[in-house]
Ligand binder design. Structure first.
Ligand code: TXA
Ligand code: MG
Length: 342
């Protein structure tokens, strides 16, 4: 099929694709998603085919506001409504007990479902016009960095889906934060565009799932099935270097050559003269790092780079999500140079 490019002026055409069981690229504030009617199991199965996604990795349902929660979830706790009130529309996915109406194709047979209300006017309008919840994973081929603009999504999905709605570049740039509200205390399954600290203000104590910070042991089962896959990976192997900026820059420079790719903070963009350099924003600007990290991970493919080093922000605020994406892209190949450097 030929993939059409639509804009925010084509809401009826976009909604019709969803209603007819087609596949639609949708802009959100986090990353572009690959959407289908979340109540149509056949359409949802096509998402897995188009992405090459493993069959055990469930999808998130996108809804236009919190009043739809009770259609697809039961025993919705007061905390879910409190979070929705404060953070929706926005980069937060809640895991809740699912109702029978949600097809197994969406949840991969789990008795829970992830739900979020995206903060993008075009996509909210499309969902309302289609009048169905939209099941949508990130719009990349499985294992690739998530797309943060329509062009990146087209790179991965051209001729595999009906259309992509171009809603401009994504303002947040990393996927939503996922919180499991079916357990006590609530559990952070994926750090994302909403910082953990802001969730803690509403929920109090939160457990951070082990898969967020470290690789899983062989045979270990993550609570968010998607966390077990190597992800976001460029073709060349990535090494993440943690520690202060000066020290990590020195460590990388000593090992870098002509065919080395470097993801670095803007302050160090000139520090690697012979390398292919992708700056992702200044050291202190984690929101900018979040917006640029996936584009940087995509940029090395198609170059002669054979190894990639990345400077890594600390875990506060959006740093937890940026660091998690870099570490996953590296398959948790991490060098920590310590506070004083090596
Ligand atoms: O920002 C986002 O969340 C984007 C945009 C498009 O909304 N979507 C996204 O979807 O990142 P995806 O499929 O790439 O990541 C969803 C993650 C996966 O790791 C999946 O395993 C987990 O959510 N997940 C989905 N349903 C779940 C459930 N019921 N229990 C635990 N984890 C779940
Ligand atoms: Mg994804």
């Amino acid at each position: 099929m030929k993939t059409r490019l639509l804009t925010g002026h084509d809401i009826p055409a976009a909604a019709a694709i969803l209603r007819e069981g087609g596949l639609l690229g949708i802009p959100t504030e986090t990353v572009y998603g690959l959407g289908a009617d979340g109540l149509n199991a056949e359409a949802v199965r096509h998402i897995f085919e188009a992405k090459g996604r493993p069959q055990d990795n469930p999808l998130i349902l996108h809804i236009p506001n919190a009043s739809w929660l009770s259609r697809y979830c039961h025993d919705v706790p007061a905390s879910a409504y409190a979070l929705a009130e404060r953070f929706w529309p926005g980069p937060l996915t809640m895991i809740l007990p699912r109702r029978e109406i949600v097809p197994d194709a969406v949840t991969c047979g789990l008795d829970t479902v992830g739900v979020r209300c995206p903060d993008h006017p075009v996509t909210l309008e499309i969902i309302r016009a289609a009048a169905v919840p939209v099941a949508a994973p990130s719009g990349n081929r499985s294992g690739r960095p998530s797309p943060t603009c329509a062009r990146h999504m087209l790179e991965d999905m051209e001729d595999r889906i009906d259309a992509i709605v171009d809603g401009g570049p994504c303002g947040v740039g990393v996927e939503s934060t996922i919180i499991d509200l079916t357990v006590t205390p609530p559990r952070l399954l994926r750090p994302g565009g909403l910082p953990l600290e802001e969730l803690e203000e509403v929920l109090g104590e939160i457990t951070v799932d082990k898969a967020v910070l470290s690789p899983l042991a062989a045979g270990e089962k993550p609570r968010a099935p998607g966390m077990k896959y190597r992800h976001y990976a460029p073709k060349a192997p990535v090494t993440v270097v943690t520690g202060p900026g000066e020290g990590t820059a020195r460590y990388i420079r000593e090992r870098a050559g002509e065919h080395t790719g470097v993801i670095c903070f803007d302050e160090f963009a000139e520090a690697f003269p012979n390398c292919v350099v992708e700056p992702i924003g200044s050291y202190a600007d984690k929101a900018e790092q979040a917006r640029r990290v996936f584009e940087a991970l995509r940029a090395f493919d198609g170059t002669a780079v054979t190894a990639i080093y990345a400077q890594c922000p600390g875990d506060a605020g959006l740093g937890l999500a940026v660091a998690n994406r870099l570490k996953k892209a590296a398959g948790f190949q991490i060098v920590d140079i310590g506070e004083d450097g090596i």
